[in-house]
Design a protein around this ligand. Structure first.
Ligand code: ATP
Ligand code: MG
Length: 214
C-alpha cells in the first residue's frame, strides 16, 4: 500500500492546519501537545503525520522522509527551496518579519546607505538581504531564540524577528522600526513524491486549496 507522510511542527502550525486536514477528510488520532509520539496516525490508514521542529520541516520534505510539509515563509527563506515544490500559501500562522530596536535608539540615523548597525537574529539570510537592499553595512549575530534580549544587554543595536501583536516587544521595551515582509505558512511538497504518489497527494492539495481562508 502506498502512503503519504506530512511533516508538521506542533504549536500554532499544527493547530491551524487541523481545519485544512479536516477539509481533506484527515483527522489525527493523537494530539502532539499531550502525546509524546512523533509519528501520529490519522483516520486514513494511508496518511500519517510526523512532528518535527519548525525549522526542520523543509529538510524532511527535501530528502523525501516526508512527502509534504507545512513551513513558515521565514523558515523557507532561510532554508532555500532546493527540491521543494511550493504550490500553496495556506495563509496560516500569519505574522511579519520586522526590525526592532530598544526604545530611544535612533534607527533613522543609521538607516541610510553607508549606515552601520549590529543586528542579532535567527534569520541571517533575510536580514542580510534586507540591509543590503538599503545599502547599509550590517554585522550579523546569529541567535536561536529570545532575540528580544539582545538589544537590552548590548549584544546588538537591533533585532530582526517575527512579530504578530507586538506584545513581546512592548514587554521588553523594544519598538518596531521597519516592516520587512508579511509571513505565513506554505505547503511544501517533495517533487519526486508528487510524481510517484500524485493519486494520493493531489486530492490533499485540492482540499487544502479549497479550504484556505483569505
Ligand atoms: P520553537 O518555538 O520551538 O523555538 P519556532 O519558533 O520555529 O520554534 P513556532 O514558534 O511554532 O516555532 O513558529 C513556527 C512558525 O510559526 C514560524 O516559522 C513562523 O512562520 C510562525 N510564527 C512564529 N511566530 C509567530 C507569531 N507570533 N504569530 C504567528 N505566527 C508565528
Ligand atoms: Mg517560537
Amino acid at each position: 500500500m502506498s502512503r503519504i507522510t506530512l511533516a508538521l511542527s506542533k504549536g500554532r502550525i499544527f493547530e491551524e492546519t487541523l481545519p485544512l486536514l479536516a477539509a481533506a477528510g484527515i483527522v489525527p488520532t493523537d494530539d502532539p501537545e499531550s502525546s509524546r509520539k512523533l509519528i501520529i496516525e490519522t483516520n486514513r490508514p494511508e496518511v500519517r503525520l510526523v512532528i518535527v521542529r519548525a525549522t526542520d520541516t523543509p529538510t524532511y520534505v527535501q530528502y523525501g522522509a516526508a512527502d509534504l510539509g507545512i513551513a513558515g515563509k521565514d523558515v523557507l527563506l532561510e532554508h532555500g527551496g532546493d527540491g521543494l515544490y511550493q504550490p500553496l500559501d495556506l495563509n496560516i500562522a500569519r505574522c511579519r518579519l520586522c526590525v526592532a530596536v530598544r526604545k530611544g535608539f535612533d534607527y533613522q540615523a543609521v538607516a541610510r546607505p553607508g549606515g552601520r548597525i549590529r543586528v542579532a537574529t535567527k534569520y541571517i539570510n533575510s536580514a542580510k538581504a534586507h540591509f543590503a537592499e538599503k545599502g547599509m553595512h550590517v554585522d550579523l549575530i546569529k541567535l536561536y531564540g529570545s532575540m528580544e534580549l539582545a538589544p537590552l544587554v548590548g549584544l546588538a543595536d537591533a533585532i530582526v524577528d517575527l512579530v504578530s501583536t507586538g506584545g513581546t516587544l512592548r514587554a521588553n521595551n523594544l519598538e518596531e522600526v521597519e516592516d520587512i515582509m508579511p509571513i505565513s505558512s506554505r505547503l511544501v511538497v517533495n517533487q519526486a513524491a508528487l510524481k510517484l504518489k500524485r493519486d494520493l497527494i493531489q486530492p490533499v492539495l485540492d482540499a487544502f486549496s479549497g479550504a484556505i481562508k483569505p
